[in-house]
Ligand binder design. Structure first.
Ligand SMILES: CC(C)(COP(=O)(O)OP(=O)(O)OC[C@H]1O[C@@H](n2cnc3c(N)ncnc32)[C@H](O)[C@@H]1OP(=O)(O)O)[C@@H](O)C(=O)NCCC(=O)NCCS
Length: 331
């Protein structure tokens, strides 16, 4: 029996209303709009307001993806939330989202692969669906990065933003959908990008102290890692799929810095136009950045059924991943 084809059947997104521009950040840290634009490509980002939580964003993105897939919430049998900035450690953000959506038939769990989470989630969903045990998986990339940012550290706080985007993954027309994935990790680089005083690393003797649970990053080394790993995982993905780079219409990379994705494009010998960028509007939204970019492309009519695209992520861990997808969804 041939393996059934699974792919993206619905897509949605939800962003906080509050926009923080580079100009706004000039009064927060010693920075300038010009520096941020030139060094990162970011112009503004969305920020969760007090009283709004990550599961609110995730649930809204999920509902929109389900309605775009033309199915009912009861047909979702699993919810995976890819996030590196969960609302709580327990319960999972996926369970909070499940409750807010009323998705009572769905199992739910969080996937922690930092900014690479969405590409890991695509492969996991694909494997689960192909085995026949599930029919419709809701994969949500959701981040509340600004809740973990040190607002006195100009080298990190200007980079991140909040948002959520979701896809429904289910059976698609034969020959379309997710073709293959390439995932990897290197824990030796775990200290390059981390939130050190979080989780069970907060020991009891620290109780009562003000705990700094903020993002710490070696920007230069993470930059070099990203520029190396994007072409490497894409080449490995293409090799195992027997597809040529020239056949790819668009590459949808994790949005961390425009200079990273353009340097990777140069290394791959492809035009910058093939590398999708929406970082100017949203900054680095972690595991949400790839589905958010896919949502934009679908709504702008830039994706045709049958287009071969690559999604590619990288981030803390260190982790990386890429997926080759023959586009199945059209609005
Ligand atoms: C963080 C990053 C934007 C810094 O850009 P850069 O051009 O490499 O800048 P450098 O770190 O070399 O710093 C250059 C100078 O700019 C300064 N600087 C850093 N942030 C600044 C800011 N927001 N505004 C103004 N100046 C800033 C530095 O202090 C440094 O000053 P100095 O020369 O006086 O010491 C870049 O390294 C990067 O994008 N790294 C990868 C980040 C990433 O992808 N993280 C997430 C992965 S999922």
């Amino acid at each position: 029996m041939s393996k059934k084809s699974v792919g993206i059947t619905g897509i949605g997104a939800s962003l906080p209303k509050k926009i923080v521009t580079n100009k706004d950040l000039e009064s927060v840290v010693d920075t300038t709009d010009e520096w941020i634009r030139k060094r990162t490509g970011i112009e503004e980002r969305r920020v969760l307001e007090v009283g709004q939580n990550l599961s609110d964003l995730g649930a809204q993105a999920g509902k929109d993806a389900i309605s775009s897939a033309n199915i009912s919430v009861d047909e979702i049998d699993m919810i995976i939330v890819a996030t590196g900035s969960p609302e709580l450690i327990w319960p999972s953000t996926a369970c909070l989202v499940q409750q807010k959506m009323g998705a009572n038939s769905a199992a739910a769990f969080d996937l922690q692969a930092a900014c690479t989470g969405f590409t890991y989630g695509i492969d996991i969903a694909c494997q689960l669906l192909s085995s026949g045990g599930y029919k419709n998986i809701l994969l949500i990339g959701a981040e509340a990065m600004t809740r973990y940012v040190d607002w006195s550290d100009r080298s990190t706080c200007v980079l991140f933003g909040d948002g959520a985007a979701a896809v429904v993954i289910g059976e698609v027309e034969e020959g379309l959908g997710i073709i293959s994935s390439d995932l990897g990790a290197d824990g030796n680089g775990s200290d390059l990008l981390e939130i050190p005083n979080s989780g069970s690393a907060i020991t009891h003797d620290k109780l009562g102290d003000v705990i700094d649970q903020t993002i710490k990053m070696n920007g230069a080394d993470v930059f070099k890692f990203a520029v190396r790993v994007i072409p490497a995982t894409i080449e490995s993905l293409l090799n195992k799929s027997g597809v040529m780079l020239e056949d790819i219409s668009l590459i949808v990379p994790h949005q961390a810095n425009k200079r990273i994705t353009y340097s990777a494009a140069e290394k791959l010998g492809i035009s910058k136009e093939v590398m999708v960028s929406n970082i100017s509007k949203y900054g680095n939204t972690g595991a949400a950045s790839i589905p958010l970019a896919l949502f934009g492309l679908e709504n702008e009519g830039r994706l045709e059924k049958g287009d071969l695209i690559i999604t590619v992520g990288f981030g803390a861990g260190l982790t990386w991943g890429s997926n080759l997808i023959k586009w199945s969804k059209t609005s």
